[in-house]
Write a protein that binds this ligand. Structure first.
Ligand code: FPP
Ligand code: MG
Length: 355
């Protein structure tokens, strides 16, 4: 998997800074979840492997650096979860303890949703390892997801800033709503694009947008900069989920590292399918509907060929690329600099990834 230090040389100074910051975020994360019960620690150690890309913490920190400059004097009440030594680290001055705590909180919320999502999707593999539900069953996975979400808000509360709790509480409500409307439209073969975008805006983009907004806000950014970064994150999140949905249909499971074909198996119709249906002739549409409704064992393979040949895959890619371009355009409102430049590159990476 591509790490921050594999980025083009121009990004290395800020990527190195981020690597150090992310190590601190991981420490905060681990300390928060540590229990006096071995059984709980075993489960928490297992989900350490889920922390692959750390996209959400990275965005909190990068947005914080990009917005930078006016850093408010934020006093952290949670000194036990942040290393004293790190506060002295040169170069990280525009990032505060609260940036790192918020970064850990967003990752914990994300982990909770993934553990629950794998129950809903009956997925066996995530980040190339066995899922919690596969190894320990659904009851354990539901409870572990609850433990993670509860700890996320416990950790968040240590900052003593109700506005952050409120903002992340709202976002978590939105994530659940996204998942609930997705379930409501299960096996809805006439789902329209507007509904698809509503689902992914809520279930994925809302958290990513809030990561960027909070990072900027904690750096004391002006409102236009905060809003531009939120809007950047929302668009990035939408493009990210479109690419995720594309990979679920046409990806290589050894590269992606998770159970693929799950959207179809669970009756979730995503953008490549709706784009195919919109342009297919009536007989093609009827055949595709048959595959979607009956779901024979080779349904994904059969649909994959049709999606590629019809150009629906290319159209979906172009849609994601257009949304990434919109995301990058929002960065014009953000002070230029090394962190803003890295946000541009990360945005391109979202649609170029094969994992
Ligand atoms: C991944 O979708 C799932 C999400 C982005 C959101 C999941 C949200 C919930 C389960 C509800 C909220 C839960 C809690 C604990 C607050 P996907 O299946 O398309 O992605 P995948 O390919 O990574 O599985
Ligand atoms: Mg899933």
């Amino acid at each position: 998997m591509r790490g921050l230090l594999d980025l083009p040389e121009i990004h290395l100074p800020v990527a190195k800074l981020l690597e150090g910051q992310l190590e601190q975020v991981s420490l905060i994360f681990e300390r928060q979840l540590a229990s006096d019960l071995t059984a709980v620690n075993t489960l928490c150690m297992h989900i350490e492997q889920y922390r692959g890309k750390m996209l959400r913490p990275t965005l909190v920190l990068l947005a914080g650096l990009a917005a930078g400059g006016k850093v408010p004097d934020v006093r952290c009440q949670a000194s036990d979860v942040v290393s004293d030594a790190y506060r002295m680290t040169p170069g990280a001055s525009s990032l505060t303890d609260n940036h790192r705590i918020v970064a850990a909180v967003t990752e914990m919320i994300h982990m909770a949703t993934l553990v629950h999502d794998d129950v809903l999707d009956e997925a066996d593999v995530r980040r190339s390892g066995a899922t919690v539900n596969h190894l320990w069953g659904n009851e354990t996975a539901v409870m572990l997801g609850d433990y993670l979400i509860s700890n996320a808000f416990h950790l968040c509360s240590t900052m003593g800033d109700p506005a952050i709790n409120l903002a992340l509480g709202e976002v978590t409500n939105t994530l659940c709503e996204g998942e609930l409307i997705q379930l409501h439209h299960r096996d809805d073969f006439s789902i329209d694009e507007e509904t698809y975008f509503e689902i992914i805006r809520r279930k994925t983009a809302s958290l990513i947008g809030e990561c960027c907004r909070l990072g900027a806000s904690l750096s004391g950014a002006d409102e236009p900069v905060e809003e531009a970064l939120k809007s950047f994150g929302m668009s990035l999140g939408i493009a990210f989920q479109i690419q995720d949905d594309l990979l679920d249909l046409i990806g290589d499971d050894r590269v992606v590292g998770k159970s693929l074909g799950k959207d179809l198996a669970k009756g979730k119709l995503t953008l490549p399918i709706t784009q195919y249906m919109a342009s297919a002739d009536p007989s093609e549409r009827d055949e595709a509907l048959g595959l979607l409704a009956q779901r024979p064992p080779n349904a994904v393979q059969q649909l994959r060929g049709r999606l590629i040949e019809s150009g629906a895959v290319d159209r979906t890619r172009r849609t994601a690329e257009r949304i990434v371009a919109e995301a990058k355009a929002k960065l014009a409102q953000v002070p230029p600099g090394a962190a803003t430049a890295l946000l541009h590159t990360l945005a391109d990476g979202v649609v170029q990834r094969t994992w």
